[in-house]
Design a protein around this ligand. Structure first.
Ligand code: NAI
Length: 263
């Protein structure tokens, strides 16, 4: 049987992934499906969400994935989402709070832009995480291997890039939320951790010109490139393994060494 006693399998686990229509959320849903989990996906972009779900169903069967379009910043949507996920999977063992937006919020932005973008960024990037964790909690408490929450933050939770104050503030807040709920939920055998991705090739960065991305990566990232969404999804999966049972309240940086690079 070997020496270890902790499982490195999420087969059969019931996973709720937000922002699953694109980028890292999509890669995460696909990876968990590859590993034998059952996936309930959500996103407010319905068409690609259904396509991602369909692909998983085609490969693994209809009982392995389902979805519901929802705005994670809306409480009624969140309540209906959790009900639909539980209806499909019979419970939720793992919550991946991944949906996020990046909006310009410079100290010099005009008032209307700043106020609107600030409120929306905080609502999607951090408030939604907190409210969803609370809604999913009764189900996480029943998870056979202990509940798992992964909050997707960013290297913007550690350092700051000019012009996106709301994004940076929201991601710093995700770390605080992660620590606070980790402390509160540990006794219930639920772990809460954060992932801090660096620059990743997703919908969020698709608008940046190829040449600028290459230049940025060469200058900033020791690995000299942007990351692939699966490279982050693999770390998210690791955090959710039964074997990661003593990891709690951590913020794991997945950035090719960008944030520790001092030249
Ligand atoms: P993406 O834009 O490819 O995917 C984000 C998904 O979230 C989209 O499908 C979008 O429709 C969905 N979404 C946004 N607001 C929503 C809402 N209110 N309700 C439901 N769905 C919503 O971007 P990416 O990069 O995959 O983003 C995933 C997470 O990773 C985000 O939290 C982002 O802040 C974070 N991140 C991204 C980095 C990057 O370089 N791409 C770096 C660090 C963190």
């Amino acid at each position: 049987m070997g020496f270890s006693r902790l499982s490195r399998s999420v087969a059969g686990a019931r996973v709720l992934v937000t922002g699953a229509a694109s980028g890292m959320g999509k890669a995460t849903a696909q990876l968990f499906a590859d590993e034998g989990a059952r996936v309930f996906a959500t996103d407010w972009d319905a068409e690609p969400l259904v396509a991602v779900t369909q692909e998983i169903q085609d490969l693994y069967g209809k009982d392995r994935a389902n979805c519901r379009a929802s705005n994670v910043a809306d409480q009624a949507d969140r309540v209906n989402l959790v009900a639909a996920a539980v209806d499909f999977m019979g419970g939720i063992d793992i919550l991946i709070n991944n949906a996020g937006i990046s909006r310009i919020t410079s100290v010099h932005s005009d008032d209307e832009t700043f106020v609107a973008n600030w409120d929306q960024s905080l609502a999607v990037n951090v408030s939604a995480h907190a409210h969803l964790i609370r809604l999913v909690l009764p189900h996480l408490l029943l998870a056979p291997h202990g509940g798992r929450v992964v909050n997707v933050a960013s290297t913007e939770a550690i350092v700051a890039t000019r012009g996106i104050a709301a994004y940076t503030a929201s991601k710093h807040a995700v770390i605080g939320l992660t620590k606070s709920f980790a402390v509160e939920l540990g006794r219930s055998n639920i772990t809460v951790n954060a992932i801090c991705p660096g620059p990743i090739l997703t919908g969020m960065t698709a608008g940046i010109a190829e040449e600028s991305k290459e230049k940025y990566a060469r200058r900033k990232v020791p690995l000299g490139r942007y990351g692939d969404p699966e490279e982050v999804a693999q770390m998210t999966l690791n955090v959710c393994l039964p074997a990661s049972s003593f990891l709690n309240g951590a913020s794991i940086v997945v950035d090719g060494g960008m944030s520790i690079n001092h030249g």
